[in-house]
Design a protein around this ligand. Structure first.
Ligand SMILES: NC(=O)c1ccc[n+]([C@@H]2O[C@H](COP(=O)([O-])OP(=O)(O)OC[C@H]3O[C@@H](n4cnc5c(N)ncnc54)[C@H](O)[C@@H]3O)[C@@H](O)[C@H]2O)c1
Ligand SMILES: O=P(O)(O)OC[C@@H](O)[C@@H](O)[C@H](O)[C@H](O)CO
Length: 459
C-alpha cells in the first residue's frame, strides 16, 4: 500500500507565510483546507507546530505534510488531499518557531490549541499561578532569545521577541478556538505574559500585532480506523493522518491583516466588522447543544452525537435548550430557525462518529461560556428555564461520575465542588459559575436527581 508524497499527490510546498500552533484535526479540516483551496495557494505555505506530542509532526513529515480530508456527507465519503502544510514541526522546536517569526514574509499566525491551551485565570487574564506559565516567564527573563517555553502564550511571546529583534514587521494573530471574542482573549494572555518578561514589549506589540477575532465551524471528530480503511479502499493510499469531517464549513473573521493573507473569501470565508452575532449563534446553538448531549445523553447511555439526537428524550433537551437560547440571539427569527434545522441535519449525520466523550472534555472551559450567558439572560427576564439549566445539571451529574468519563485540566478542583449531597454540589457549582440566584437551586437539584436516577438505565 503506498503512502502520500508530493511527487505524486500534491502541489510543491509553497513558501511559508503562515505559522500555525496546534496541529490537530480541526485545523486540518478548516484553516489548512481554506488555505489549500484559496486562489493563489502556491504563494501561501503553512508551517504547523504540534501543541504537545510530536507524533502528528513526525507522521505528517513522513508524507511531505500531505494528508487526506475525508468529507463525510450524505452522498458518501469523499477523500480530498490537502497540500497547504509546507512544513510540520514538534511544538518544542523553538528554533524553527523563532526563525519563522523572524522572517518579514511571515504574515499570519493561526491557532487551535483548545480552550485550555490559553492558560487563562478566572478573570480572563493570564493564569500566573499556572506552573507552565511561571516557568515560561522565568525562562524568557533569563534568556529572551533562546529560553525554553512550553505554553501557547509563552511560545507566542518568544516568537514576537524574535520578530522584534529582527525588525521583521507587522503580522496578524488569528485564534480559531471556540472562545467568545477570541481575538481579545488571546491579546490579553499574550500581553500579560509580555509585560511579565519585558515591559517595553507591549508598545511594540500594540504597533505590530493585529488580533483577529473569528467564528469557526466544521464538525471534525477524532480519526477512527474506519476512516483510514475508507481512504485505503477508495484511493489505495495508506494515510494514518486522515482527518474525517463534514461537508458544512463556516469561517467568519474580523480584523486587519497588515502582512496580507490568502483569499479565503473566495472559498467561503466571510470578513465582517463584528463577529459577535455569528459567534453567539454558533456557540450557543451548536456548541451549547453539543454540551447538553455530551453530559446529558451520555448519561442515557449514548456514545455519539448521531445516536443521541435520535433519542426523543435527548432531542427534546436540545430543542428546549434552543428555545431558551434563541430568545437572546440578535438575529432574525427565520435565520435562527434555518440554522436550527441545519443543525439537526448535521447532528443526525451518522457517518460522522462524533464521540460525546470528546465533546465532554474540559467542561470547566466550556460550560461557563455555553450555558451561563443564556441562564443569566433568562434570569434578567425573571425566568428560570429548565431547558437552559439542564446543561449545568447534566455537567454536575457527569462530574459526580455519571455518563462520559471526566477529562478536565481542572478535574481536582471540580471533584471538590461536586462532593457530598446533590444540594451541596449544586450550590457550589452555581457559585463557581457566578449564578447565585436562589431560584435556580431547586430546579437544578431536581434535574441532577432525575439524571442520576436515569444513569445507565438507557431510558
Ligand atoms: N473539532 C471540531 O469540530 C472543532 C470545531 C470548531 C472549533 N474547534 C476548536 O479547535 C480546538 C481543537 O480541536 P481539535 O478537534 O483540533 O482537537 P485535537 O485534539 O485534534 O487537536 C488539538 C491541538 O491542540 C493541542 N493542544 C491541546 N491541548 C493543548 C494545550 N493545553 N496547550 C497547547 N496545545 C494544546 C494539541 O496538541 C493539538 O495539536 C477545539 O478545542 C475548539 O476550540 C474544534
Ligand atoms: O471543540 P470543542 O472541544 O470546543 O467543542 C466540542 C464541539 O462542540 C465542537 O468541536 C464542535 O463540533 C465544533 O465547534 C463545530 O464547529
Amino acid at each position: 500500500m503506498r503512502r502520500l508524497s508530493r511527487d505524486v499527490d500534491g502541489r510543491p510546498a509553497a513558501p511559508v507565510r503562515i505559522v500555525h500552533l496546534g496541529l490537530g484535526n480541526f485545523f486540518r479540516a478548516h484553516a489548512a483546507w481554506y488555505t489549500d483551496r484559496a486562489p493563489g495557494a502556491d504563494a501561501w505555505g503553512i508551517a504547523a507546530f504540534t501543541g504537545r506530542s510530536p507524533a502528528a509532526a513526525e507522521a505528517l513529515s513522513a508524507q511531505d505534510g500531505l494528508y487526506t480530508l475525508l468529507v463525510r456527507g450524505p452522498e458518501g465519503p469523499r477523500p480530498e488531499i490537502v497540500s497547504s502544510l509546507s512544513a510540520v514541526h514538534p511544538g518544542d522546536d523553538l528554533a524553527a518557531l523563532r526563525d519563522y517569526f523572524s522572517r518579514p514574509e511571515l504574515a499570519v499566525v493561526t491557532l487551535t490549541v483548545t480552550e485550555a491551551g490559553y492558560r487563562r485565570a478566572a478573570d480572563g487574564g493570564l493564569d500566573r499561578e499556572d506552573g507552565g506559565v511561571s516557568a515560561d516567564v522565568a525562562a524568557l527573563l533569563v534568556d529572551p532569545v533562546g529560553g525554553t517555553v512550553t505554553t501557547t502564550p509563552g511560545r507566542l511571546v518568544a516568537g514576537l521577541l524574535a520578530r522584534r529583534a529582527r525588525g521583521a514587521g507587522a503580522l496578524a494573530i488569528v485564534p480559531n478556538d471556540n472562545v467568545p471574542d477570541n481575538g481579545a482573549m488571546v491579546a490579553r494572555v499574550v500581553t500579560d505574559l509580555a509585560d511579565a518578561v519585558d515591559p517595553t514589549l507591549r508598545a511594540w506589540v500594540d504597533d505590530h500585532v493585529s488580533w483577529v477575532t473569528t467564528m469557526v465551524d466544521r464538525i471534525t471528530p477524532r480519526t477512527t480506523d474506519d476512516d483510514r480503511d475508507e481512504v485505503r479502499s477508495r484511493t489505495g493510499v495508506d494515510d494514518p493522518e486522515t482527518v474525517p469531517t463534514e461537508p458544512y464549513s463556516e469561517w467568519v473573521l474580523a480584523g486587519s491583516f497588515p502582512g496580507g493573507r490568502p483569499d479565503w473569501e473566495a472559498v467561503g470565508a466571510r470578513v465582517v466588522d463584528d463577529v459577535a452575532p455569528f459567534e453567539q449563534r454558533k456557540l450557543w446553538l451548536l456548541n451549547g447543544a453539543h454540551s447538553v448531549l455530551a453530559y446529558g445523553a451520555s448519561i442515557l447511555g449514548h456514545e455519539t452525537v448521531a445516536d443521541a439526537i435520535a433519542d426523543p428524550r435527548a432531542r427534546a433537551w436540545v430543542e428546549e435548550w434552543w428555545e431558551a437560547a434563541s430568545r437572546h440571539l440578535r438575529l432574525p427569527a427565520e435565520e435562527v430557525a434555518g440554522y436550527r434545522d441545519a443543525l439537526l441535519a448535521r447532528f443526525s449525520n451518522a457517518s460522522i462518529r462524533h464521540l460525546l466523550a470528546q465533546i465532554a472534555a474540559d467542561g470547566s472551559q466550556k460550560v461557563p461560556i455555553r450555558a451561563v450567558p443564556v441562564i443569566a439572560a433568562e434570569l434578567a427576564q425573571d425566568r428560570v428555564e429548565p431547558g437552559a439549566t439542564r446543561m449545568v445539571a447534566a455537567w454536575v451529574a457527569h462530574l459526580r461520575g455519571h455518563g462520559a468519563p471526566v477529562t478536565d485540566t481542572r478535574a481536582e478542583m471540580l471533584q471538590e465542588l461536586v462532593a457530598g449531597s446533590v444540594g451541596d454540589a449544586v450550590d457550589r457549582v452555581l457559585g463557581w459559575l457566578d449564578l447565585d440566584a436562589p431560584a435556580l437551586h431547586d430546579v437544578v437539584v431536581e434535574q441532577v436527581t432525575e439524571l442520576e436516577s436515569a444513569s445507565g438505565s438507557g431510558t
